[in-house]
Design a protein around this ligand. Structure first.
Ligand code: SF4
Length: 347
């Protein structure tokens, strides 16, 4: 039987495991200190835990990290790390250094079931949820771990489709028993899953990013099937009902598609529907993917769109494209081809 990995367990979960083995409660805290503060990757290395306790734990449990199996580096310094998860399942994480920041974009699922028209991960389909440990492994196994300033959950998958594991991973990143990071260094992105937004806002303090991409429901539906389930006005009502003071931020991601969502009427409608929400819009150049008729808006159009939104009083930034040459940029993460290759090699 496969041993259960303790890495990725919250302190409460560790306490339950330790209690089951009739070990003293403080052993759970010792384990979390070794894993999350000292970042050791085996029970053997936990020096202040008794031999007997380690033997009991090791009967059904282990502590291990998974190293990345490949890394690609972009001309702009972005690195894309590939991590094996299960046989024939891989995920990618993008490390993005810039000036005094270093951001890691992590995956929360293998593939994704949301089917957004503009996204390679969506085209890959869904292969499974990541555990909290598998999410955190992307961070802890990163060679640049010590340089990280920010984590964004914007890699493969819809985080609110795997919210419990995402919340556990955020707890471990921010808790005193874990890394003790400020939750202001963490941003989680969603396409607008309302129950997930509610739970996330109530159970964490991390920033929220919502993929908006079109303010008109009928047009948004063409890009994002989720609009059939959770309508944008209801998503915005949910956000409006929450108090975003105390430095917590909500931002909206807006990929610019030529002739699709980049006209003056879109600016006007964005200003109308976002009225009353203290937020920022991030404009993102579209990175073309095979099999979609979508094209990116021109630089002039993106600049004009930004100016139009600013005139309406909406803080708007244009997100720099990073890692496009290694398919690490927004919407380009996919491990589908890799799985195909591996299958071919096996036959
Ligand atoms: Fe899934 Fe996000 Fe891609 Fe949509 S954009 S298919 S939610 S990974």
């Amino acid at each position: 039987m496969e041993k259960e990995n303790l890495f990725g367990k919250t302190l409460t979960e560790l306490q339950a495991i330790v209690a089951d083995l009739n070990l003293p409660k403080f052993v759970a805290k010792q384990i979390s200190d070794w894993m999350y503060k000292k970042r050791v990757s085996s029970l053997d290395e936990m020096r202040n835990i008794s031999k007997q306790a380690k033997e009991l734990l090791a009967e059904k449990h282990k502590v291990s990290f998974t190293s990345f199996s490949n890394v690609q580096e972009s001309m702009d310094g972005t690195k894309k790390y590939l991590f094996p998860v299960k046989p024939m399942q891989f995920i990618e994480a993008a490390y993005i250094p810039e000036n005094d920041r270093a951001t890691l974009c992590v995956s929360s699922q293998v593939g994704c079931k949301m089917g957004c028209l503009f996204c390679m991960t969506g085209k890959q389909g869904f292969q499974g949820n990541l555990t909290s440990g598998e999410i955190l492994n992307q961070i802890f196994s990163l060679p640049e771990f010590d340089k990280l300033t920010n984590i964004v959950y914007m890699g493969m998958g819809e985080p609110f489709d795997n919210l419990d594991e995402v919340l556990k991973s955020i707890e471990i990143l921010t808790a005193d028993y874990g890394l003790g990071w400020s939750s202001k260094r963490i941003t989680v992105s969603t396409i607008g899953i309302i129950p997930g937004i509610r739970k996330f806002l109530n159970q964490s303090n991390a920033h929220l990013a919502v993929s908006l991409h079109n303010p008109f429901e009928a047009e948004r539906k063409q890009l994002m099937p989720i609009e059939n389930v959770y309508h944008l006005p209801k998503v915005l009502d949910e956000i409006r009902s929450f108090d975003f003071n105390n430095q917590r931020r909500v931002s909206f991601e807006y990929i610019m598609f030529n002739g699709v969502n980049d006209q003056t009427r879109h600016i006007n409608e964005l200003a109308r529907i976002l009225n009353g929400i203290k937020c920022r819009i991030n404009l993102i150049r579209f990175h073309p993917i095979p099999g979609t008729p979508l094209e990116t808006s021109s630089n002039e159009t993106i600049l004009a769109f930004q100016a139009g939104l600013k005139k309406k009083g909406i803080v708007t930034t244009i997100r720099a494209s990073r890692g496009e040459d290694i398919f690490a940029a927004c919407g380009l993460l996919s491990t589908k081809e890799l799985v195909k290759q591996q299958k071919n090699e096996e036959y």
